[in-house]
Design a protein around this ligand. Structure first.
Ligand code: NAG
Ligand code: NAG
Ligand code: NAG
Ligand code: NAG
Ligand code: NAG
Ligand code: NAG
Length: 344
């Protein structure tokens, strides 16, 4: 196996899944929560209740609920085969986890149904409480894993389509009201830093210029909404990873775990080894045998922080979601997400 291929298997997910943890470093990656000025009461029926607070989800494999099932890409960017999804759904959905993602829990806490992937065909009624646009491998830059993912720019284009559909469905005023009340969940950034290395894309900029460009594009993306009507939640340092070492080495997964504040909240028996994969600490991304390679699967996934070489278990997603939803102000401030949903 070529070294680069191995590295890609190991690190691509690694980097993308580290995005949440790394997001507290200034430039690594970002998870943002944005909401319209007047988030209001929440209910199940997107069609009849004009007070529904919709949830829109953008980003990478951390939040992709199955969009990549519908694009022409490689299994590196897909999780639509067993044992993904086994814990909660009983079948693979495209989520890079054994079960639900942060966004699924947030939807549940907000009394919304599961938010469907934009590309999932069928009932458009299902897309009236929100839509998930995220795509595994995606970054803020169009160039990031270009051709095998849905870039943030294209995700924004998909969002604009939903806006148009809502205008037709609800009328101009009502759709505007719903959009302005919606909550936006975004996980993006780390693939932008790994992609140039993993795809041999030549960087005509210095690393710090590259970082500026990523931040610039993310800013542009955020400004696609009327900035003044958005509120933003910041997360302080307690999530920060204190691991060190080569960002692109195999050990990133382990390092990013060992020092993580998240690990200690309330803790996992196994914070280093993945549940599904092969090689040292199951750090090689062969989960599901899609690469024609064998893999190991742990016996009890609830002991694990990581499900595959770089993506979290449902249990970890739930814990993070709980913190985001109802964490205290010194952890999740100035608003936790519950407050954001209830803002008037
Ligand atoms: C929506 O909210 C408005 C203002 O808060 C309220 O008057 C109205 O009854 C609510 N509608 C529904 C269906 O709950
Ligand atoms: C999918 O992508 C591959 C590689 O780029 C290409 O050869 C193939 O024709 C594509 N398939 C479809 C259905 O577009
Ligand atoms: C990247 O470039 C190196 C050196 O030219 C080469 O050995 C490797 O196969 C390339 N990797 C990819 C993914 O194209
Ligand atoms: C966004 O990224 C592109 C490259 O994908 C770059 O040319 C452009 O300058 C960036 N925009 C900003 C505002 O940084
Ligand atoms: C799996 O692990 C959890 C947490 O350590 C434990 O509570 C549970 O009993 C275990 N289940 C089995 C079947 O061993
Ligand atoms: C937040 O406050 C609680 C209670 O005052 C405290 O126990 C906890 O350690 C604080 N967390 C952080 C991250 O400061």
């Amino acid at each position: 196996m070529r070294k680069s291929t191995l590295m890609e298997k190991v690190t691509r997910r690694t980097i993308s899944s580290s995005s949440f943890f790394l997001c507290f470093f200034i430039f690594s990656s970002s998870i943002l929560f944005l909401a319209g000025k007047s988030a209001a009461k929440v209910s199940f029926d997107g069609d009849n209740d004009d007070n529904v607070t919709a949830l829109f989800i953008f980003g990478d494999s951390f939040l992709d609920a199955g969009n990549n099932n519908y694009i022409n890409t490689t299994t590196l960017d897909q999780a639509n085969f067993p044992p993904y999804g086994q814990t909660f759904f009983g079948l693979p959905t495209g989520r890079f986890s054994d079960g639900r993602l942060i966004s699924d829990f947030i939807a549940e806490y907000a009394k919304l149904p599961l938010i469907p992937p934009f590309l999932e065909p069928g009932d458009s009624q299902k897309k009236l409480c929100g839509v998930n646009f995220a795509s595994a491998g995606a970054g803020a830059l169009v160039e990031t894993f270009q051709g095998s993912v849905i870039s943030l720019r294209t995700q924004l284009g998909h969002y604009k389509k939903v806006e148009r559909l809502w205008r037709i469905k609800f009328g101009k005023e009502e759709s505007k009201k719903r959009i302005s009340r919606a909550v936006y969940l975004i996980s993006i950034g780390s693939n932008d830093y790994s992609s140039p290395f993993l795809t041999n894309q030549s960087l005509s900029f210095s690393m710090s210029q590259h970082v500026d460009i990523v931040i610039g594009n993310l800013t542009t993306f955020i400004h696609a909404w009327d900035g003044s009507s958005l509120r933003r939640i910041r997360y302080p340092d307690n999530f920060k990873i204190s691991g060190s070492g080569s960002l692109f080495g195999e050990s990133i997964i382990l390092l990013s775990l060992s020092g993580s504040g998240v690990c200690g909240y309330p803790g996992f028996k196994e914070g280093k080894m993945g549940c599904c994969g092969s090689g040292p600490l199951r750090g090689i991304n062969t989960c599901g045998n899609q690469m024609g390679k064998s893999y190991e699967l742990c016996e009890n996934v609830t002991d694990y922080l990581f499900f595959d070489a770089s993506h979290l278990t449902e249990k970890a997603h739930r814990q993070i979601a709980e913190l985001i939803w109802s964490g205290p102000p010194n952890v999740t401030g100035p608003y936790n997400l519950q407050a954001l949903f209830e803002l008037n």
